[in-house]
Every structure is written in structure tokens, then in C-alpha cells.
Design a protein around this ligand. Structure first.
Ligand code: SF4
Ligand code: SF4
Length: 435
């Protein structure tokens, strides 16, 4: 053949730091360095979608040959140009390389690890399992002098005290200190980053001193959750807690008794503790009132925790739902994308113990075991293996698994369970219209 009659061709590749999501006819390319996207929705972009499918093929490793004629097609050339402008990929003359250049494409390891270990009978999925545990929440009792309207629901949405899942009457609704000792001896093998202590009313726990002794044997910092009305006149109990390793998280649901709140903040300050005040808000008015309280009481570490009460969806849509800009502004990195594809980062590594001894990976999940009957190791193994909470990812649920943002969105929270929707996001309305 005459050399001049042979058309030129190019290697076209997509960089490995680009996240590509193709769902039916919707395509998203996301540059994990710049946070910028290219999006193509609908069948009108058929040629681009076909090119992406070719690139996606395992044998191609995100690199394909494009002939000059293909590049003369305005749809393809426009796409290639945009990809190059956004530093998402490039073209290289095939004449410059002897064979097809290879790209190293990263592979997510946790999934492979679980699947591989399942097949290897002589090894256990639980090897190193205790190291996955990063946070334990212990509800030491279920007795409380308050009568909050949110007592049976808030703890299902975020970390909060509750009188539910109560310990036996013979133990006064408490988690027996022997069981707590047993738990701490198992925790010695873990590198926890935090231990949460909750009630009922933590300061009403009859074995508080012994509990603190156990906590002090573990190097992990701890957070004690309390209702603000359960703080004043608890100086003696607060004195047991070392402020250097203990955060006191003061839960403040509305309506607020301002005198009581001021007394709680004063008591904490007097005992050398910083009050980490968490206002539990259901709407805009409460949000504004919380902001005012922060100013007038000069609260240094305020936090806002939205609470879904079944009638405030509008507030959630305004203030909680993920907007497109929020998701992209968070600039998820490749490691976040891999994490989102395999585990629920919010639940992963966390275990809850209720005062009845029940062990859970999530307040809404199934009971995984009972403290004293089942070892922590077995519980973690069960959760990792059967994955109802730690591995609750968007790629397994509708409508997210059909959405190009599936791996960019923040992990599923318990608000999804409370509201009964997984798409607490900018696509909510669109998805609703489709139903
Ligand atoms: S302070 Fe906590 S445990 Fe007590 S009633 Fe209120 S929500 Fe329930
Ligand atoms: S929450 Fe689900 S439906 Fe909404 S953008 Fe994220 S993945 Fe898509």
C-alpha cells in the first residue's frame, strides 16, 4: 500500500483520575483534580455514548484507537476537544508508539478482599476485623427524668439518647457494669477514634465511677451525650470526667427553657468542661432561635442537627438535601469515590450497644448480637460479611443506582430511612415526577 493512502489514527485515552459514570443514556465525566464535569444526557449523544462503552471495555483499559475519519465527525471531535480542554484525556498519534500504550487502572480492594477471602477456606474474612472498628456508642442506661417528644425517633436519625431498648428491670434499665468491663476488654484490640457514652440520663448511671475507670483504661477520646436539662446540679458526676479527653455534647431540642440552658452552660464551664451545644431543629424559626441563643449565651462550639418529625419535609428540602453545587464543591477525590462504591462511610466501623445489651451497626438495622453472648469479633464479622449497614451504598439502591452521581453523593444517612427516600437531593422532584 502506498503510505500516503493510509489514514492516520490516534490513541484516545481517558485519564485514570477521571471518574466516568454511564447510566443508560446519561454520561458524566468528573475530573477528581479540578472538580469539573462534562455531562451528556439522552440518546442524542449516541456516538459519544458508544465511544465511552468502547473505552469502558476491560480489554481497552480506557484507551482506544480513533481513526482520522472518526475524528472528522463533529460529535466525536467536539467531545474529544472538550475532554482535552478539561484535562480529562488526550490524543496521541499511533505512529509514536510501537504497540498500544498501557494504562494502570486502579481497582477497589475492599470488595476484592471480602470476595477473595470468602473463597479461601483457610483464611477468615475476619482477619484484622477488629481494626475496622473505629467508634463505639454505648447507651449505659435508659432511665431519664425528661419526657422529650423526640425520644423514640431522634436516636434513629443521629446519635442521641433514648429510653428505648431498655435494660432489664432487675438492672434498673441499666447496662450492667460487668458487661461494660467485658466490652472494654474486647476493645483493647481496637484502634478506636472515639467512644460515645449515651443514656437515658448518663449522669444518672449508678456505676458512673466504674464506667469512667474503664474509659480511662482506653486511650480513645470520648463524647458524653446529655440533654441540657440533665446537666445542672451534676457537678459531682462531671468532676469524674477528665475534660482533656472528654467532650460533653449537650443536646438541645425545642422548645428551649433558656434558664435551664444557661444553668447547664454555667455548670459545664464551672467544672472545666466546654459545652458542645447541639441544637436540634425542625425548621427555619428554630434555626434562627438557635443562632440567637448562640450569640446571647456566647456559646463557643455550637452545632445544628436537623430533626425530621414527619411534617417538615420542606425544611429538609431547603436545608438538608444535597444540591448539585454542594456535591461538586465538596470535590470528592478518587479515594472518596472508591469508598462510596464499597462502604457507607457514615456507618462503617461503628457499633452501637444499647442498655439491653443489643449490638447494632445502625440504630435502624437488625440486631447483630447481644453483649455477653456474642463476641464483638463475631458481630463485626457478621456485619462485614452480610453488610446491611456498613456496606449500605447507593450503588445497591434505587433510584441512586441508576444515577450518574451515585458515587459522588455523600453516603446514605438515617434521614433517608426516616423520610423513606434515598434521593434527598436535587433530583428529588425529577424522580418524583417519574414515579
Ligand atoms: S433526654 Fe433523651 S432519653 Fe431523656 S427523654 Fe429526652 S430524648 Fe429521651
Ligand atoms: S442522591 Fe441518589 S438520586 Fe440523588 S443525585 Fe445522588 S445518586 Fe443521584
Amino acid at each position: 500500500l502506498n503510505k500516503q493512502n493510509v489514514s492516520k489514527s490516534y490513541w484516545f485515552h481517558i485519564e485514570t483520575y477521571v471518574h466516568v459514570s454511564l447510566k443508560r443514556n446519561n454520561l458524566l465525566l468528573y475530573n477528581t483534580y479540578t472538580g469539573r464535569t462534562l455531562e451528556y444526557d439522552g440518546e442524542a449523544h449516541g456516538k459519544i455514548l458508544r465511544l465511552i462503552r468502547r473505552l469502558q471495555s476491560p480489554k481497552n483499559l480506557w484507551m482506544v484507537r480513533l481513526r482520522e475519519e472518526e475524528l472528522r465527525d463533529p460529535e466525536i471531535s467536539g467531545f474529544v476537544e472538550k475532554v482535552r480542554q478539561e484535562f480529562m484525556g488526550d490524543l496521541t498519534d499511533t505512529a509514536l508508539s510501537e504497540g498500544k500504550p498501557a494504562q494502570m487502572v486502579p481497582i477497589v480492594t475492599i470488595q476484592r478482599r471480602v470476595e477473595r477471602l470468602k473463597k479461601e477456606a483457610h483464611r477468615s474474612v475476619g482477619e484484622g476485623m477488629m481494626q475496622y472498628l473505629t467508634e463505639v456508642s454505648i447507651h449505659v442506661n435508659s432511665r431519664c427524668p425528661q419526657q422529650c417528644h423526640l425520644c423514640c425517633n431522634a436516636y434513629r436519625q443521629f446519635s442521641h439518647c433514648t429510653t428505648e431498648k431498655s435494660g432489664p428491670k432487675s438492672d434498673n434499665g441499666e447496662l450492667n457494669i460487668e458487661k461494660i468491663r467485658n466490652l472494654f476488654s474486647q476493645l483493647e484490640a481496637c484502634s478506636l477514634v472515639n467512644i460515645n457514652i449515651l443514656g437515658g440520663d448518663v449522669f444518672g448511671y449508678s456505676q458512673l465511677e466504674a464506667l469512667v475507670e474503664n474509659l480511662d483504661r482506653h486511650p480513645a477520646p470520648r463524647t458524653v451525650f446529655t440533654h441540657y436539662k440533665n446537666v445542672s446540679q451534676r457537678e459531682k458526676q462531671l468532676a469524674l470526667l477528665n475534660p482533656e479527653v472528654t467532650r460533653v455534647k449537650v443536646m438541645i431540642p425545642f422548645p428551649i427553657d433558656w434558664e435551664h440552658l444557661k444553668a447547664a452552660v454555667d455548670t459545664l464551664n464551672r467544672t472545666g468542661h466546654t459545652a458542645f451545644c447541639m441544637f436540634i431543629v425542625k425548621g427555619e424559626e428554630e434555626l434562627a432561635a438557635a443562632e440567637q441563643a448562640v450569640e446571647s449565651l456566647q456559646i463557643e462550639n455550637p452545632g445544628i442537627q436537623p430533626y425530621y418529625d414527619g411534617a417538615n419535609l420542606e425544611f429538609f428540602r431547603e436545608c438538608v438535601f444535597s444540591q448539585r453545587e454542594d456535591i461538586l464543591e465538596a470535590k470528592p477525590q478518587l479515594k472518596d469515590i472508591y469508598m462510596n462504591s464499597e462502604v457507607n462511610e457514615i456507618d462503617f466501623g461503628r457499633i452501637i450497644v444499647y442498655s439491653n445489651g443489643g449490638l447494632y451497626a445502625n440504630a435502624n438495622g437488625e440486631r447483630l448480637g447481644i453483649l455477653g453472648k456474642n463476641s464483638l469479633y463475631d458481630v463485626l464479622y457478621k456485619e462485614m460479611y452480610h453488610g446491611k449497614s456498613w456496606r449500605r451504598t447507593r450503588k445497591r439502591i434505587e433510584p441512586c443506582k441508576s444515577c450518574t452521581f451515585e458515587l459522588l453523593c455523600p453516603p446514605l444517612t438515617n434521614y433517608s430511612r426516616a423520610i423513606g427516600r434515598n434521593d434527598l437531593c436535587f433530583k428529588y422532584e425529577l424522580n418524583e415526577r417519574k414515579q
